[in-house]
Structure formats: C-alpha cells, structure tokens
Design a protein around this ligand. Structure first.
Ligand SMILES: [Zn+2]
Length: 414
C-alpha cells in the first residue's frame, strides 16, 4: 500500500489539482457561483469570477426597493425592469415569474444556491440582507411563495450509473399525502432508462438509503488518524533521506564539473603553447563544454523537481483523513464531490445497492488500475477481520510487538 501511495500520490495529486481547479467543487468552495451570473452581474471570463454590472445592479436594487413598499405587483416590477432596459440574457422581456425569481434570489445578498444548498459567495452583494428579508416577507404576503424550482438538480445526480443498462442514475421528487393530512416529500434515485437496446428493470432507491450506502463506501477509504500520523512521519523520514542522497548526487556532479573546467584550462594552455592545433582544440573544447552544460542542467532539475513530492503527499493524507468526517456529515454535495474523486465513474447501482465496479486488479477501482484510494481500501479490508482499535493495540504475547502498525501487517498479509 505504501509503495502505491508514495509512487502514485505525486502524479495523482498533480493531476487531481489540475483537474479540480477547473472543477465545480473548487469554484463552489471558493465562493464562486459555477454558472451564469444573474441579472445585475456579469461573468468575468478573464478572472473566472462574477462581477457587479453597475447599471443593471442599480436597477435591480431599485426593483427590490419598489417592491417592498407593498403597493406594487410583480407585474409592475416586471414593467419597471422592462422600462429600464433590463432583459433576460437572451434579450427577452422579464416576466412576472422571472421577477419573483429575481426578488427571491439570495445571490443579491452575497450568497448563492447550488445543488439545493446555500453557499457563501465571494461576489459583492448589491442589496442589504434587511431589504432582501423585507422582499421575502412581501412575496409571502402577496401570495407569491419563494420559488422552489421543481427540478433543481439533486446532489447525487450524475455520479452513479445503472449496473443493468449502463445509463445514468437520476433523481425524482415524490410527494406522499396521507389521509390524516400529513404531506411527505421524498427524493428517489432511479435509472434514467434511456437505453434503446436494454429494457431496464432496476428499482428506485430513497435518497436517504443511497446516502447511507455512499457514506459507508467513503468511510472504507478514509485514513484513520493514527495511520495518517505514521504515514506522515514515514514521509518526512523518506523526504529527509532522499534530500540527503540528492545532495550527495549534486555534489558528485559538481566535482565532475570542476574536473571538466580543469580540462578546459589545460586544453587552452596546450593550444596557446601550440602543442595542440586549432582544429583539435575547437572540437575538444566543444565536447567538454557540452558535457559541462548537461551536468549543470542536471543539477538544476534535481534541485527543482525531484524533491517536491512531500507537500502533495501530505495534502493527500489530509484529504484522506477528512473523509470520515465528510461521510458522517450531512453535506450531500461534499459527499458527491469526494465520491467522484475517489471512485471516478466506477459507481454502479444494482438491486438498490451502490457498489464499485470490479476492475482487473484485485484492489482496483474500475479498469483504471489501483490508485492510492484502492490501496487504502485494501488496507482496510486486510485489517477488517478485527476492529481497528484492537488491531492498533499490541497484543502482548500473541504477536510480535513490532507489528503494531497496521500497514506493516497489511503488507504482510497482502
Ligand atoms: Zn438501467
């Protein structure tokens, strides 16, 4: 497991950070709404942020101020927006419904809705929370409830495919009205059944059940605190050692360079003393200079590249350690993001159970081969015969004391 983790972490973390920088999670975490800016704002394609559009933002603010006075209907607000030259993105007149959407959009107070959840935004608010609250109150009073989009994307959409037909798993809202007047809302996940060749018979699964199953999958690749500490310690050791051998390597090259310089000097002397003719001098000199150049280059790449795996590795440890908390929390969006990172597109749903697609290698997630998550999972499996706590504690008299570290044992087992 260690071999895999060390060997692949750098490559993995490098490519991961490249990929997710552009990804939604990063954007949402950075407080940037990962979609098109609402009226009054603009997407700045240069900085990839959302900026206030001066003129229109003033009009939006005026619309809020007008509406909270209570003597204006949504239609009047729509008219006001039209008169002020504010249109939809496609240039159409803003409708009554759209006006109510604008008046209830928390984006204007610096928040944003994404994946059914409110996030804190980095963008500049254009109205005060007080004004916004008054507008919500007015919307309620005037019988226009806050708009709840019927088909707002559910957190786990686009994460899992159907094991039977290979189509994506989507979500569906269900409302159940009981005879006693209670109303229940459920979210179900089911196969889109869009395959034209396979008739799919998979059943749907309640959101809560799916959440439970995904959480337990994520927990299986989380890094326990004591493992993390030990890995960290080993990484630091390794880093120190490799730094030392690196220094030795660089020293060696420096000695070579020094001897090349000496040779160059002697060559020049021989040439000046007319022991060596000009042609020999030139060809010999260029050879020596070229090897000196490559040595110098080797030294500089050594010191820049070879030893920079520690930080990415440590950040991976941190990520892996946070998984347990994410799996226990209720933040479904976060769960989806980490599930996507760990399992990629290898999650399947069959008979109401989520599982990871089997790959070729014994501990791989899918056909891409094992990565460090798979290695972690394998490590968990190999200690899972006993509870972790008992594995981490020495069994005096039963086992050699040296194998108190679970990964040592797991590598022995595997
Ligand atoms: Zn299906």
């Amino acid at each position: 497991m260690l071999n895999m983790a060390f060997g692949q972490s750098k490559y993995y973390v490098d490519s991961l950070s490249e990929n997710t920088k552009r990804g939604l999670r990063q954007k949402v975490r950075m407080g940037i709404f990962p979609s098109q800016a609402p009226v009054g704002y603009l997407n700045d394609s240069r900085t990839k942020t959302i900026v206030v559009e001066k003129r229109k933002s003033k009009i939006v603010r005026l619309a809020f101020e007008r509406y909270v006075k209570g003597n204006q209907r949504l239609e009047d607000i729509a008219n006001f927006l039209a008169k002020s030259g504010v249109t939809t993105r496609t240039g159409k007149r803003i409708s009554k419904t759209k006006a109510s959407f604008i008046l209830s959009n928390p984006f204007y107070i610096g928040l944003f809705k994404y994946g059914g959840e409110i996030h804190e935004g980095k963008h500049e608010p254009i109205i005060s929370k007080k004004l916004f609250d008054e507008a919500q109150e007015m919307l309620r009073k005037r019988g226009q409830p806050e708009r709840k989009p019927q088909n707002e994307p559910q957190p786990f959409c686009g994460l899992i495919s159907c094991a039977s037909c290979g189509m994506m798993i989507t979500a569906e809202n269900k409302t159940k009205r009981q005879k006693n007047g209670n109303v229940h809302h459920y979210v179900y996940y089911r196969c889109t059944k869009k395959s034209k060749t396979t008739k799919c018979a998979e059943l749907s699964l309640r959101s809560e059940k799916l959440d439970e199953q995904l959480s337990s999958l994520i927990k299986k690749v989380s890094l326990p605190k004591d493992w993390a500490e030990e890995l960290n310690r080993m990484a630091l050791d390794d880093h120190k050692n490799s730094a030392q051998s690196l220094t030795a390597c660089v020293e060696e090259k420096k000695v070579e360079i020094f001897s090349l310089s000496k040779k160059l000097e002697r060559l020049l002397t021989g040439y000046l003393d007319q022991v060596i003719d000009e042609q020999d001098y030139r060809s010999e000199k260029s050879k020596l200079l070229l090897s000196k150049k490559s040595l110098e280059e080797e030294i500089s790449t050594f010191s820049h590249k070879q030893n920079d795996w520690l930080a990415p590795f440590q950040s991976w440890i941190k990520d892996a350690q946070s998984l347990d908390k994410i799996a226990s929390d209720n933040n479904l969006c976060e769960k989806k993001v980490v599930a996507k990172e760990i399992f990629g597109s290898h999650l399947l749903l069959a008979e109401r159970k989520v599982r990871v697609a089997e790959g070729d290698a014994p501990n791989s997630f899918g056909k891409m081969g094992g990565n460090q998550w798979a290695a972690l999972c394998a490590a968990h499996n190999s200690v899972s015969e006993k509870p972790l706590s008992s594995v981490l504690v020495d069994h005096k008299g039963l086992e050699p004391l040296t194998s108190s570290m679970p990964w040592k044992r797991s590598s022995q087992l595997s």
